[in-house]
Design a protein around this ligand. Sequence first.
Ligand code: ATP
Ligand code: MG
Length: 243
Amino acid sequence: MIPEDHPRYASLVARERIADAVKAGIVVIEGASAHGRGEAFDYLLGETTTPSAAGAERTAAAFFMKAAHPVISVNGNTAALAAEAIGELARATGALVEVNLFHRTETRMAAITRHLAAHGVEVLQGEAERLLPLSHDRALCLREGIYASDVILVPLEDGDRCEALVAMGKTVITIDLNPLSRTARTATVTIVDELTRALPNIAAARREMTMEEADRLVRDHDNTRLLAEAMATMQETLSHALD
Ligand code: ATP
Ligand code: MG
């Protein structure tokens, strides 16, 4: 048991979840490494949702509100860390939930689907087809899910897949603690925040949003500004680390 008064409680709980999910066949060992990269950037953010990230989360809610066919794409790390929050966001936005894996096997697909279902998430099922302009199994998705989406949330996404989705004309929202990643730089909306902090904020913003606010946020959205603000916060942390 991790003591609740440990200063790194949240981080240790997240690591334990990832480790348990590796044992359960939900997260691949490469996913544990990707988690570590995220943690390093979160340290530079102060492990908190910055005002800029909170704004990005509201903007994401606005794009969801204006979507005709929103989809949430879930991978192993996302399922391991945030199954309940995915369900909550799906209910708040009316988005479909599709499991989409970089390291895809039918066993893993089934394990993740079961884990999500156990946490109250209804997962879209069907025959995956090679519909994304990518080589290998990364191209696989559901015709009535990711392929048909106009707005898609891809947390912790690989840069290549993010680029392919943008090239298909979709509005791509990502959650990625690394503002320098290709995913962060390619997405339509980049939320530089930790997954488990970001998801409930998007759901809460969506529940209280008016169409008027959604229109304004979509119109005024500037992703380069979001990235610059995240980088400025990180620079600030480093500049004052020895004060
Ligand atoms: P890219 O291919 O986009 O240039 P990458 O190779 O770093 O970047 P991956 O490792 O495929 O991307 O994806 C993981 C990304 O998700 C990393 O950028 C990492 O910083 C981020 N990340 C990991 N865990 C979390 C988390 N819990 N919350 C938010 N972001 C996270
Ligand atoms: Mg990558």
